[in-house]
Design a protein around this ligand. Structure first.
Ligand code: ADP
Ligand code: MG
Length: 419
């Protein structure tokens, strides 16, 4: 397809004048029938790389996406662009029998161009048979890092995708997309998804507008005071605070409220209605801060989050990058502050104690990399990018604590940490 007609489709279907980054060559590759592997940071516009081809191709694209909540969001977005409700559907465990029948009817009629499914949906034999009889355009595997134990969100069901795609239709191309760029995860994805001589598109992972800082975590009340001071100084700008456990989200949110900062807690222990309500409070800026476990954030598209604070050390550099990456999506200010203590490292290690040995080994390795990052005196950006296999050659990024205030290693001593 010519560039002119792709641009026309972009304008007509999505209302955008230009492709973002390398969307156009990616789309052309997929439309040429090749397996395509897209590695692009969060906010880079990965969805459009399969949505546009899906709309202009014959048949239905099957899009595999890990989170049910995310799926509905995406489908609503696509429908709002196209103003045709039957252009996209999802199939997952939340639908009634009647709704499923309606989706099937739309699929058979050829009106539907995109079908979002959870990997579980594909494991059901009746679905496999139904999909095998459909005219399909391609498979898109979103959040493809879920296939790898080295990624930040391993989902065992993803391991069965190749087998199921082969059963449904082995002859259509596959596009895999992720914001996870570590070489280990990449090769896991290619291998486990069985991508055939894929064309690989990797974008830079540098986020020049993000400022990175590590603070030693001293006594809990001092840390909270320091956080309160910081948030007050951010004057009403939105931010996320990540904590390791559910209880701390509630405690911290209460503390912030007591200090006149509007905050809510968010974690997987809350029922889905309450989670949705609190997420909306944050997205609509009825509260300034959401204090959350890592249950919050995947797929959240709020462009003006101005800070991400880690109250505890994250599980891996990858997690840290993803979580901080939710700040400053609009390209403007984004402050990322991590409070670091050895005690939190021990807590993390303790959480893994019941896991199988291989998982503990992977976990320990990931934690030790995060520790090295936290204690390093080297430019934070340089470390993050080298983690993703990129070289950052500037001497001074001007946007991290180590570049702005060269100093000795941050060492938070165990004996002063009381959490
Ligand atoms: P990712 O999945 O890579 O994190 P998304 O697909 O959610 O990113 O896209 C991020 C944002 O970029 C969305 O708000 C989307 O509408 C916007 N976007 C995508 N492509 C374009 C484009 N060509 N022009 C303008 N905005 C775009
Ligand atoms: Mg995405």
């Amino acid at each position: 397809m010519s560039s002119a007609s792709l641009h026309q489709a972009l304008q007509e279907q999505f209302g955008f004048d230009q492709f973002k980054g390398n969307q156009e060559p990616i789309i052309k590759c997929l439309l040429a029938g090749k397996d395509t592997f897209v590695i692009k940071p969060t906010g880079g516009g990965k969805s459009l790389c399969y949505q546009l081809p899906a709309i202009i191709s014959e048949g239905v694209a099957i899009i595999i996406s890990p989170l049910i909540a995310l799926m509905k969001n995406q489908v609503d977005l696509v429908r709002s662009y196209s103003s045709k409700d039957d252009v996209a559907h999802f199939l997952n465990s939340t639908l009634t029998k009647k709704e499923i029948r309606e989706v099937h009817d739309d699929l058979l009629s050829g009106r539907t161009k995109m079908l979002y499914v959870a990997p579980e949906t594909l494991t059901k034999q009746e679905n496999l048979e139904f999909f095998s009889d459909l005219k399909l355009s391609f498979f898109a595997v979103d959040e493809a890092h879920c296939i790898s134990e080295w990624g930040h969100d391993f989902r065992p069901e993803y391991r069965r995708l190749r087998e199921m795609m082969t059963q449904i239709n082995p002859d259509i191309p596959v596009i895999a997309l992720t914001a996870t760029a570590t070489p280990k995860v990449q090769s896991d994805i290619i291998k486990n998804l069985g991508l055939k001589e894929p064309e690989i598109f990797i974008s830079s992972f540098n986020r020049p507008n993000l400022y990175y800082e590590i603070q030693p975590k001293i006594k809990k009340d001092q840390t909270i005071k320091s956080i309160v001071r910081f948030i007050v100084q951010m004057k009403g700008k939105s931010g996320i605070i990540y904590t390791l456990n559910r209880k701390t989200t509630e405690e911290l949110a209460d503390m912030l409220m007591a200090n006149g900062i509007k905050a809510v807690a968010y974690h997987a222990g809350l029922d889905s209605k309450l989670r949705a309500e609190r997420q909306d409070l944050f997205l609509n800026e009825d509260v300034q801060v959401i204090v959350a476990t890592i249950a919050f954030g995947m797929g959240i598209d709020k462009p003006d989050i101005r800070f991400v604070i880690h109250f505890n050390i994250p599980k891996s550099i990858e997690n840290y990058y993803q979580e901080t990456g939710r700040a400053g999506r609009d390209g403007l200010e984004g402050k990322c502050i991590l409070y670091y203590s050895h005690k939190d490292v021990s807590k993390l290690e303790h959480l893994m104690r019941d896991k199988p040995l291989s998982e503990r080994e992977v976990g320990a390795q990931l934690i030790s990399e995060t520790v090295a990052y936290s204690e390093s005196g080297v430019c934070r950006r340089k470390i993050l990018m080298s983690y993703f296999g990129e070289e950052y050659t500037e001497k001074n990024c001007g946007q991290c604590d180590n570049c702005l205030h060269p100093k000795e290693q941050v060492e938070a001593k165990d004996n002063v940490v009381k959490v």
